[in-house]
Write a protein that binds this ligand. Structure first.
Ligand code: A2P
Length: 172
């Protein structure tokens, strides 16, 4: 990627699923620092440590599964049913999905929500017409945190990562 960047064929380099430690290790040696890190990020897995690290190093965070991937068997998320989110959504006259997306945007992250439904895609585009006030934003710290994508497919005795602890460097 650095060769492509140097040749003007890539405008930036991004990485995905990096912990704060792995990103720090990369920043320490990379001639071309990554511009962006794409990770699971939603109100139920807020990536606080990585967020703070990226704020101090200037790496942009982009969130995959920003709705907690409801309905998927591999994520099993219940983010949109989280009482704090439902309560804020009711108070703002928004849907839980809009509140979840808006939270990420107000954290300075970009979001990559997916939908196959026209109405929901339109709803997703509507997140710029409202803002979560600071007192409601503070409530997000009450949400129980759990990484939904554990990475079971990569953790095994033959893998570079023998435990989830190693894979995520303790950010679990
Ligand atoms: P659907 O395609 O039927 O809209 P994520 O982006 O976090 O991976 O989540 C994708 C899942 O969230 C899809 O299953 C999608 O289902 C559902 N989804 C997308 N937009 C919304 C929305 N506004 N409200 C509820 N569920 C949504």
């Amino acid at each position: 990627m650095e060769k492509l960047y140097d040749a003007g064929k890539a405008r930036a380099i991004g990485v995905s699923n990096f912990s704060s430690k792995k990103l720090g290790d990369l920043l320490a040696v990379a001639p071309v620092p990554p511009a962006v890190v794409q990770v699971e990020c939603h109100p139920g897995w807020q990536q606080t440590k990585l967020h703070n690290f990226c704020q101090s190093t200037g790496v942009h965070v982009t969130a995959y599964s920003p709705l907690g991937s409801p309905g998927t068997s591999w994520m099993n998320g219940n983010v949109l049913k989280e009482p704090v989110i439902i309560s804020i959504a009711e108070k703002l006259g928004k849907t839980p999905a809009e509140v979840a997306l808006r939270w990420n945007i107000q954290m300075g992250h970009s979001v990559l929500p997916k939908s196959t439904n026209e109405e929901r895609i339109k709803q997703t585009l509507d997140v710029y017409d409202c803002s979560i006030p600071d007192d409601f934003l503070a409530k997000f710290s009450e949400i129980k945190q759990a990484r939904l994508l554990k990475g079971n497919f990569i953790v095994n005795p033959q893998s570079v990562y023998k435990t989830h602890e190693e894979l995520w460097d303790g950010e679990l």
